[in-house]
Design a protein around this ligand. Structure first.
Ligand code: SF4
Length: 280
């Protein structure tokens, strides 16, 4: 049984919160550079080059790449032979978020109650999903998820008879409705199957996969490619200024579902596609 200490989780989470906001991952930077080479619109190309410059300034000056520093979302793979000592995992993650956002001068974006809307003043509580897995590692995936793109995300309980065409239409419609409001170029996360809450979780989880990485299931990889091509024909373009780069990537995750159901969720991520990983 491996022991992981509370304070190590706190410190690791605090670093991830800052690094995610200051340093755009190599996967997203490479996607920007490739898109800038291929973008057909002058304005689209300009925007992509500005996004690259913005990310470089954020990284070198250690300042947030966007004023919206996001909801801190975690997917934790907890090895069943890993023992957390010194406090609860949830408390450690929230303390790490609190420290990271305060010490990093990152904007606090969470309100305590969706009706009264008083800012909690430290960006907590974070959103934490825990998956129990074999082994003794504690793997923490963190995303600073922007509100603009999250707001344009959608879920629909399709009928099985709607088929692949219905799924594609719903995804394209979601991106079309989002337009510039989701801060494109996007990463489009799609969950298909499961039930109401599982398909939403799958859509979120898909966004933690590196940009540019295809599904290891051949038919899913093919679907990701097809949707990506269709999305990029919509003409929304970088920051909605028009062009051929509406999405940097499309990710699809599947789960078994009920014979009478075809749930589909689309979770959009903006160009500030911020995710970090730590293994303890
Ligand atoms: S959605 Fe993303 S790019 Fe847009 S304001 Fe929020 S964090 Fe920034």
């Amino acid at each position: 049984m491996k022991e992981v200490h509370y304070q190590d989780i706190v410190n690791s989470v605090a670093s991830m919160c800052q690094d995610a906001n200051y340093e755009l991952g190599e996967d997203v930077m490479n996607a920007f550079k490739n898109a800038a080479k291929q973008e057909v619109s002058f304005m689209g190309k300009e925007v992509l080059n500005q996004l690259i410059e913005n990310a470089n300034i954020a990284s070198s000056d250690r300042v947030p790449m966007c004023q919206d520093t996001g909801v801190s979302v975690f997917i934790v793979e907890l090895g069943q032979d890993c023992h957390i000592v010194g406090g609860s995992l949830y408390d450690a993650i929230n303390e790490g978020v609190r420290n990271g956002y305060e010490e990093g001068y990152l904007r606090y974006s969470i309100v305590d109650d969706p009706i009264h809307r008083k800012n909690t003043g430290d960006n907590t509580p974070s959103v934490v999903h825990i998956e129990l897995v074999p082994g003794d590692d504690l793997v923490i995936h963190m995303s600073a998820k922007g509100g603009g793109a999250e707001n344009m995300s959608r879920l629909q309980m399709l009928k099985p008879s709607d088929g692949l065409e219905g799924i594609k239409n719903f995804i394209l419609e979601t991106v079309q409705i989002a337009g510039p409001n989701a801060c494109p170029p996007l990463v489009v996360g799609v969950g298909i199957g499961g039930n109401f809450e599982i398909c939403a979780y799958l859509a979120k989880k898909s966004l933690f996969r590196p940009v540019g990485e295809r599904s290891d299931q051949q038919h899913v990889a093919k679907l990701e490619e097809e949707i990506m091509n269709d999305v990029n024909k919509l003409g929304i373009g970088p920051q909605g200024m028009g062009g051929s780069t509406t999405a940097l990537d499309v990710k699809v995750e599947l789960a078994p579902t009920h014979i009478a159901a075809l749930p589909v969720a689309v979770n959009l991520n903006c160009h500030a596609s911020r995710h970090k990983k730590a293994i303890l």
